[in-house]
Design a binder for this molecule. Structure first.
Ligand code: PAF
Length: 283
């Protein structure tokens, strides 16, 4: 697997692959690769002849008080995993390759960004939108894969690709979970042993609330109960626990098949997000 640091090198490879008629799947990541990322790579490999993974801890999507400096980085370990997976190419630029010192363009997505993580992390999706747009233009893949764990991000990326006529199909992939239900995330390494045990309650409470709503109970009451249960379970804060439409992200007031629950919670200084389709999960 070649590791490329410059956009020019990346373009040499992708132009050749395009001329040869090979299809390209892109898997953008910020590194600290886990089973969730590996599942995205598998999907790209099933759908395309060539797979490019990217690793770039994008400074533009961290707020000043967030964990940009602490964000887990281990490129050697990540490269080993990508080689084992048979990825064709890793694009891992540094910040100066991605952003000119006088860079003046930001991709701002105006719909889907008035709620959830856009409210609790203002500016976050401008950073994501800008870097993902750049990666899509740099690599010109046929498809790009993103995890449903970051469901709002996935919708936003689909929207920007459509609006900017970027000729890549954006594909969402199911959330990968640990045995106890915790959604895998690079930030899970921040959790202490105690907090790690508490963390599994997010999925349990999502599932229970989804079932409660699907069985016809009041949505606002069910979400209020879920928030109390999260605090009782030991979470130190809740950014949101809400039921929204899975395409428009509008709040829903009664059960519908396209409903989804969204949660963002805090355990000390670690923020966890998760989401789940609203349906009856009783076996
Ligand atoms: O989900 C992520 O890891 C990042 O937000 C992404 C899509 C790679 C953009 O930096």
């Amino acid at each position: 697997m070649e590791v490329l640091r410059t956009i020019a090198e990346l373009r040499q490879h992708t132009s050749r692959w395009h001329v040869e008629g090979q299809t390209i799947g892109l898997v953008p990541t910020m590194g600290a690769l886990h089973d969730g990322h590996l599942s995205l790579i598998k999907i790209a490999q099933q759908k395309c002849n060539r797979v490019i993974a990217t690793i770039f801890v994008n400074p533009r999507q961290f707020l000043p008080d967030e964990d940009f400096e602490e964000y887990p980085r281990d490129e050697d370990r990540d490269i080993k995993k990508l080689v084992e997976m048979g990825v064709d190419l890793l694009f891992a630029p540094n910040a100066s390759e991605m952003y000119q010192p006088d860079a003046s363009t930001t991709v701002v997505i105006s719909k889907l960004t008035d709620c959830l993580c856009a409210t609790s992390r203002p500016g976050f999706f401008d950073g994501v939108g800008t870097v993902v747009t750049k990666l899509l233009i740099q690599a010109l893949p046929d498809i790009a894969i993103f995890g449903e764990k970051d469901y709002q991000q996935l919708l936003i990326i689909k929207r920007l690709a459509r609006d900017l006529d970027i000729p890549a199909q954006i594909i969402g992939a199911p959330t990968i979970r640990e045995a106890d239900g915790l959604a895998v995330s690079s930030r899970n390494v921040y959790l202490s042993q105690n907090n790690r045990e508490t963390a599994s309650n997010v999925f349990k409470i999502l599932k229970k609330t989804a079932t409660t709503i699907a069985l016809g109970n009041d949505i606002l009451v069910a979400c209020e109960e879920a928030r109390s249960e999260l605090i009782f379970a030991g979470f130190s804060g809740i950014d949101y626990f809400e039921a929204r439409h899975s395409k428009t992200l509008e709040l829903i007031e009664k059960f519908e098949t396209s409903g989804r629950l969204f949660a963002a919670v805090w355990l000390g200084s670690t923020r966890l997000i998760d989401n789940l389709e609203i349906k009856d999960y009783t076996d």
